[in-house]
Design a protein around this ligand. Sequence first.
Ligand code: UD1
Length: 417
Amino acid sequence: MELWHIRGGRRLEGSCVVQGSKNASLPILAASILCPLRCELLNVPQLRDVDAALRILRHLGCRAEQHGNSVYIDSTGLSCCSIPHELMEEMRSSVIFMGALIARCGEARLSLPGGCQLGRRPIDLHLAALRQLGANIEENNGEIHCRPSTLRGAEIALPFPSVGATENAILAACAAAGETRILGAAREPEIVALQDCLRSMGAEVGGAGSDTIRISGFRRRKSVSCRMIPDRIAAGTFACAAAAAGGDVLLRGVDPKHFSTVLYFLNQAGCDIISDTRSVRIRSDGRLRGVGELETAPYPGFPTDAQPVLMATLLRAAGRTEITETIFENRYRQVPELRRLGADITVDGNKAVICGVASLRGAALTATDLRGGAAMVVAGLTAEGETVICDDGHITRGYEQFDRRLRALGADIVREY
Ligand code: UD1
């Protein structure tokens, strides 16, 4: 158990280099098994979820090492196509190994993945897409078994642009004979990053970033060196922290287009935002306004992962903000904890209404999930007195050196572990 001690009320000043993307790194780590050659991945954040993916790779018989932010994988020795439950349950992204294993071995055996409890999180779309490619999958009491299968290209129409289902379909389609078209694909930057890495490995994939992706397998396999894109949710979190606490912060190594919706709402709330292609400067006097209505949506809409953190930012903003969460059914778990600080939030189904209060008071909180935990940190930065967040490792699953980066900006935050 970790304790995060935060004394609120300090302005944030200075510059911060934002970490590489967790949600781009995890599917690319799974993709490394499609290419039985040396694979070098740069700017990979040092996180628990990345460790979990490396342990899965080693269990499968690959060499996988992380030195700082560089990861080296050699999957030549892959000797196994099953993943035990203990490894699967560590994170949601373990499910992406299903498409990768089916592509490499034609078969796979694994169990349902773990991850944040944000609602039901079924994998029906993943299974349907893989079955359309010819995967012979049985699901029994949470155990998934794909018997040896020959994959053939197909037209897959996703009824919802699921990020994970799109990633699984792309990976499996790389080993299918003929062309695959994924219609209604997720358009997130992480999908484009996966495509770019697969292309460097020699796969023919195109269209990522639009709703139609075409895959026609590998021409020839090449060893690869690939740099992870910046983490748009971490970038949005630091932007929110600066907005809420007040200050002048330069975020470096980011792609502002990737979190432009978050920046849009921070601007609406009263922050000055100046961006160029690789950096964003946020200036805030800490006196924010409510932003009216906002709704989460698949990319390029407002990201569900940034919703708890933006909510925390607006707790002291003058006026109202009404949030509609359309992606996950249980993404307001942070609300009862934020209320302990004195926040005025009412939840009705998938809607949350925040009425700004004049001040928040520090309190003892429990982190409920990764982004909910980050939201509590942001709220703690603006509360009077001390906030202590008790966290069973959720926050460090997604944020690299969160406490150090915030301290470097002047926050009074200590992580005790
Ligand atoms: C990914 C991100 C997560 C982010 C989410 C939405 C990673 C590691 N995680 O998660 O941080 O919050 O995208 O942007 O990249 N659904 C189904 N059936 C399926 C699959 C999904 O009904 O087979 C539903 C989910 O329950 C959810 C919605 O679709 O309501 C979105 O899920 P999805 O886009 O698949 O999210 P993840 O890939 O799990």
